[in-house]
Design a protein. Structure first.
Length: 66
């Protein structure tokens, strides 16, 4: 991955050409080849939505029944 370059980087280790990636996840956050945080913010919103759904099913709905 590279930023602000005209050509893609080429890296070879033991005659194996490494792939150039547009984005990848490393220790939690998604690293991208552009400085925009849009994809990371969308990912956070998606995770928050999943957790809200989980809480709704597991916690809040059970509290309403009792």
């Amino acid at each position: 991955m590279s930023r602000d370059t005209d050509s893609l980087p080429a890296l070879t280790i033991n005659n194996y050409q490494l792939d150039v990636m547009k984005e990848f996840t490393y220790l939690g956050p998604t690293m991208t080849d552009n400085p925009s945080m849009d994809s990371e913010i969308c990912r956070w919103i998606g995770r928050a939505t999943l957790m809200l759904g989980w809480f709704s099913k597991r916690v809040w709905d059970k509290a309403k029944r009792t």
